[in-house]
Design a protein around this ligand. Structure first.
Ligand code: NAD
Length: 330
């Protein structure tokens, strides 16, 4: 099948080509994001392959449908950037990679907690400048601290398990209870209890209308002074302006972000020679107790191999049967 691969980076090409055994699919790589203006690039391609920051809204889907595309293959798990209802109306199927390496994201979440808590990012820069002062580098023991996990699916369950190994007290919240998490002896509580009792709060739920700006002024108000907030899930789970106010007042003690609501204009690109226009983002980067990375939690060899193999498997299955086990239903 002819597949138009959007938002291509060198690593996408490397892993997708390696997984395209016998070159069974004709993969054509495009640098730009997919949106209503670039969708014409996919003319006569029955499939497009997209990533987290492609904008597959009704306008984009209309162009894709009129150009003959039948399949949108996401090479990621989250699908908040696709209008599924419009896809169904235009007769396009949408498939994804539901689980490629939850360990990759879970381990990265722990890396963020430890880096932020023990201020490794500041220590690294200090030592390079011959500054061996410890002032401002004090952290706290994770052992005995209360960590609140919001979303206990594949990633949240592993984060819970790892933090249990650190000797943390765990409080978890989800709209469904995961038996694997219950088997760890961990307690499901109301969201308000997560907010009021946690020293660290980590987000692992998807972005949906219900979870949009889950962390807002009201939620922050309920939190313990000095709380650490970690988001490796989706940017819009957090209201960045409310979080900035929380940081300024000292209510939020530290913040680790691997995702950001308006990241599609920023992440995955080298913007070091340009003037970034997003003042909300820039303000966040000025705090000494904020660690931001550009959506790299998934970025391991194992994850990229799984993503590429599952994506091509999805395309194979769709080509042969017209459906796919990883089809996203509206
Ligand atoms: P998953 O589907 O296995 O788990 C998500 C969990 O969230 C489920 O248990 C679900 O019941 C729960 N949930 C749904 N609505 C909720 C709500 N309103 N409140 C609380 N919980 C709710 O997904 P996963 O594989 O664990 O991934 C979690 C998220 O991580 C994804 O949605 C994606 O946005 C993000 N992610 C980020 C990266 C990265 O590189 N930073 C990589 C992969 C996934």
């Amino acid at each position: 099948m002819k597949v138009a691969v959007f938002s291509t980076k060198a690593f996408d090409r490397q892993f997708l080509e390696a997984a395209n055994l016998g070159k069974q699919h004709d993969l054509v790589f495009f640098d730009p994001h997919l949106n209503k203006d670039t969708a014409v690039l996919a003319a006569d391609f029955p499939a497009v392959c997209i990533f987290v920051n492609d904008q597959v809204d009704a306008a984009t889907l209309k162009v894709l449908a009129s150009c003959g595309t039948k399949l949108v293959a996401l090479r990621c798990a989250g699908f908040n950037n696709v209008d599924l209802k419009a896809a169904a109306e235009f007769g396009l199927s949408v498939v994804r990679v539901p689980a490629y390496s939850p360990e990759a994201v879970a381990e990265y979440t722990i890396a963020m907690i430890l880096t932020l808590n023990r201020k490794l990012y500041r220590a690294y820069n200090r030592v390079r400048e011959g500054n061996f002062s410890l002032d401002g580098l004090m952290g706290f023991n994770l052992h005995g601290r209360t960590v609140g996990i919001i979303g206990t699916g594949r990633i949240g369950a592993i984060v819970t398990q790892i933090l249990q190994g650190f000797g943390c007290k765990l409080l978890v919240y989800d709209v469904y209870q995961n038996p694997e998490v219950e088997a760890l002896g961990v307690k499901y509580v109301e969201l308000s209890e997560i907010f009021s009792k946690s020293d660290i709060i980590s987000l692992h739920c998807p972005l949906t209308p219900e979870t949009h700006h889950l962390i807002n002024a009201d939620a922050i108000e309920q939190m313990k002074p000095g709380v650490m907030l970690i988001n490796t899930s989706r940017g819009a789970l957090i209201n960045a302006k409310a979080v900035t106010r929380g940081l300024k007042s000292g209510k939020i003690g530290s913040l680790g972000l691997d995702v950001y609501e308006k990241e599609s204009d920023l992440f995955f690109e080298d913007l070091s020679d340009t003037i970034i226009q997003d003042d909300v983002f820039l303000r966040l980067t000025t705090f000494p107790n904020v660690l931001i990375t550009g959506h790299q939690a998934f970025f391991t060899e194992e994850a990229l191999r799984n993503i590429a193999e599952t994506t091509l498997g999805n395309i194979n299955e769709f080509e042969k049967t017209g459906s796919c086990k990883n089809l996203i239903k509206v």
